[in-house]
Design a protein around this ligand. Structure first.
Ligand code: AMP
Ligand code: MG
Length: 325
């Protein structure tokens, strides 16, 4: 593409995911600073190894509050609010279930039903107590664990955007393992959007259903095809239903959210995935800053609205369906 001529790409593997940074200047130092920033937040937020601020909170479950860095505190507060929305399937305290399914990690298997129900009892977001003055987080019951996997990448993508802005960089793209945040457009000429692929579920890594075009917006997808395993002919994916303890199961393969901030996209993909097409569209009808692209198991692509992006269908085995059909 001609507009790509002056784009410089930098890549790394962080947070267990491929990271891609695109800039309009050859600046390895800046790219290095961006990757260092991502690593910094990963070290605060990870629940896959100690130490991290979130691991410190988890280790103190049932024992005492833990004072955390203000950014971590705000993120946990935001994750708790999302978890307490009416009928929310987002749950920041889903950790014990994520750990027992191990989806995306070695040794994933279907846990025994009694283990799932034991762990379900350890996932109430109400038992995550926040203290705004102290910036402390207290998980009241031993065995409970926070998991910020559904929100951390979005949050970090926004911090990268803010950092680039602080360095007077107003055009670029950061892709954190599928969480994309764009700055400006894709060319030094005005009005050239970035193209973000809408992935075809359970197909090759480069197989797309279509292309989403945005400028200065975030594009985040949660999909059943991202991390999964198969057992006895059934697929089990990594987004768990906090009401049942099993992977969420409805008509959807993926939800993509286009929004200003990637942290919103990261939260809303999970919330909207839990709602399904009809309820999801109804919910977003009065949220102009959050737009969804649903991919259904019966190969429909449904757009909740289309003010923030354009979408071009490329795979003719999919049908662009009107909202609510
Ligand atoms: P995402 O890639 O943003 O869809 O987030 C998926 C990750 O979030 C999983 O790998 C888990 O670590 C975590 N997770 C799984 N189910 C939930 C849930 N219902 N609410 C919040 N986080 C979840
Ligand atoms: Mg998410």
């Amino acid at each position: 593409m001609p507009q790509e001529a002056h784009v410089y790409s930098y890549s790394a593997v962080l947070m267990g995911s491929p990271i891609l940074l695109k800039l309009f200047q050859h600046n390895e130092h800046l790219a290095h600073q961006v990757f260092r920033l991502i690593k910094h937040y990963e070290n605060l937020l990870t629940v896959n190894r100690s130490p991290s601020e979130v691991m410190n909170i988890n280790h103190a479950a049932g024992l005492h509050p833990v004072v955390v860095n203000p950014a971590v505190y705000q993120l946990i507060k935001c994750a708790k609010s999302a978890s307490l929305l009416p009928n929310s399937v987002f749950n920041l305290a889903i950790g014990p279930l994520v750990k027992c399914w191990k989806i995306g990690f070695q040794g994933s298997s279907v846990p025994p039903a009694d283990e799932i129900s034991t762990r379900l009892a350890l996932t109430s977001p109400h038992q995550v107590i926040l203290d705004d003055e102290q910036h402390s987080v207290f998980i009241t019951q031993a065995g409970m664990e926070l998991d910020l996997g559904a929100i951390a990448k979005g949050y970090i993508a926004d911090r990268v955007r803010d950092f680039l802005h602080s360095q007077q960089v107003f055009q670029g793209l950061i892709n954190l393992g599928g969480n994309v945040q764009t700055l400006g457009g894709a060319s030094q000429m005005r009005g050239t959007p970035w193209s973000v692929g809408l992935k075809k579920p359970f197909a090759g890594p480069d197989d797309l259903i279509g292309v989403i075009e945005v400028e200065g917006k975030s594009v985040v997808t949660s999909g059943t095809y991202e991390r999964w395993f198969e057992f006895a002919g059934k697929r089990y994916h990594h987004i768990l239903d906090p009401r049942t303890g099993y992977p969420l199961d409805n008509e959807l393969h993926s939800v993509t959210i286009v929004s200003e901030d990637s942290v919103d996209g990261d939260i809303w993909t999970t919330l909207i995935y839990g709602m399904g097409v009809e309820q999801g569209c109804a919910c977003l009808a009065n949220k102009p800053g959050i737009e969804a692209i649903f991919v259904t198991k019966d190969r429909r692509v449904v757009l909740s609205s289309q003010q923030l992006f354009t979408f071009t269908l490329q795979d003719s085995s999919y049908q662009l369906a009107p909202q609510g059909s």
